[in-house]
Design a protein around this ligand. Structure first.
Ligand code: SF4
Length: 255
């Protein structure tokens, strides 16, 4: 940024499409325990700064190389009042339709409905299934406990167009939130037609390790039995500290 602040955006190439994950803040105030971005907060990005990240990979005016944009980088999008304007500008100026945009929140229950008029996909970062457990890794849970988050998820879900699904993000931490009982509690918390993304944790922190493949498979199967569409997020970018939860806003020298 012009004032020397650093944020990271992540270009994620797939076989037939390219996704871009962008940041909304320099750091983050939410302090989720497994996330590098939450270790400091400097400031909100302006909508210009949010949009500029879309120009970076291929140059200004070439957002055509990007198929979808996810607001899942550094920062809590709903904690930045510039984000709604940025979403509208991504749609208009970068010609990326709302169905190709995902905005993720750690669960700012009082603000989730602000996303509805933008018609983007909404993702809720759940990551735990009891208040005791969620309080340990997501301080926002003390402000908006699970009962409140459950109500907000169901209210928003009821207002989504019929073809849209609420997305639930669930970071899996070995021995902490990866038991089949957690999967059963997720099923009781989230709306029935939700799409659930399981994300084996990526962390530099020695306390957090991803579960093994069998545990993840059993968890996914337990959710599928409840009728949920469920995906396991492929861990990509760990080698360059660019995977989910690893964005710290540091410069690295390419090898
Ligand atoms: S996971 Fe998201 S909300 Fe939590 S600290 Fe990281 S960037 Fe902020």
């Amino acid at each position: 940024m012009d004032d020397g602040c650093l944020v990271e955006s992540v270009l994620i190439p797939h076989k037939t499409k390219t996704n871009l994950c962008i940041s909304t803040q320099v750091g983050c105030k939410m302090r989720c325990a497994f996330c590098e971005s939450g270790k400091k907060f400097v400031r909100n990005l302006t909508s210009d700064e949010i949009l500029r990240q879309i120009d970076r990979p291929y140059g200004p005016g070439t957002a055509g190389g990007i198929d979808s944009v996810v607001f899942m980088g550094m920062g809590e999008p709903l904690d930045n009042p510039n984000v709604i304007d940025a979403i509208e500008r991504v749609k208009k100026e970068k010609d990326i339709p709302s169905r190709k945009i995902v905005v993720s929140t750690a669960g700012m229950c009082d603000k989730i409905k602000l996303l509805l008029p933008t018609k983007v996909n909404i993702a809720i970062s759940l990551n735990a299934t009891t208040d005791d457990q969620r309080n340990l890794i997501m301080p926002i849970n003390k402000r908006f406990p699970l009962a409140e988050l459950k109500k907000a998820m169901h209210d928003v879900n009821d207002m989504l167009p019929s073809k849209r699904r609420l997305q639930i993000e669930y970071v899996m931490i070995k021995g902490f939130n990866d038991a089949v009982q957690d999967a059963e509690r997720i099923a009781a918390l989230v709306p029935k037609k939700s799409l659930i993304n399981l994300i084996p944790v990526n962390s530099n922190d020695e306390r957090f390790h991803p579960p093994n493949l069998e545990t993840v498979a059993s968890f996914k199967e337990a959710l599928r039995k409840h009728g949920f569409i469920c995906y396991v997020r492929e861990p990509r970018g760990r080698d360059v500290k660019a995977a989910c939860g690893m964005l710290a806003g540091k410069m690295t020298t390419p090898k």
